[in-house]
Structures are given as C-alpha cells and as structure tokens.
Design a protein around this ligand. Sequence first.
Ligand code: SF4
Length: 82
Amino acid sequence: MMKYTIVDKETCIGCGACSDVAPEIFSQDAKGNSHTLLDNNEGTAQVPEELYDDLYDAYEGCPSESIKIADDSFAGNPNKFE
Ligand code: SF4
C-alpha cells in the first residue's frame, strides 16, 4: 500500500515535533509552519516505505492533528484537510 502525506498549514502550530521525529519527511518554513519535503506539501509523492515508522510517529505526535496520511495522492482532493 502506498502512502502520501501532507500538512494542513492552517492548523499547524509550528511546534517542530514532526521534523524532530521525521526529518526526512517534514521541515518548517520561515513562519515556523511545517510542510512535507518530499513534494513541497503537495501530497503527491509516495512516502518511501523505509520512512513509514517515522511518518506514523510524526502523525501520532502532532498535537494539532495537522498531518494527513492517505493511500492515494492528495492531488485534486478537495477534502484533503478533513
Ligand atoms: S507536529 Fe504538527 S503542529 Fe507541530 S510542526 Fe508538525 S505539523 Fe505542525
């Protein structure tokens, strides 16, 4: 099963927890909000399987539930942040 991820920048509080546990997937911009490194927060790049543990650690540790994970690309998904 493929995995895709994206960050809801509207709800991200910039705590940095995700980039601490998954630095190959997430980083923070100048405003402190997080984004995915894989595809500049488009949610269109498959997360490499070897990073799944880091991905789920970040997902479970996000205090604002801003990290979204799906089995399909987020491209064109109008509900991607629900
Ligand atoms: S853990 Fe969540 S709230 Fe914290 S920086 Fe990452 S996406 Fe934002």
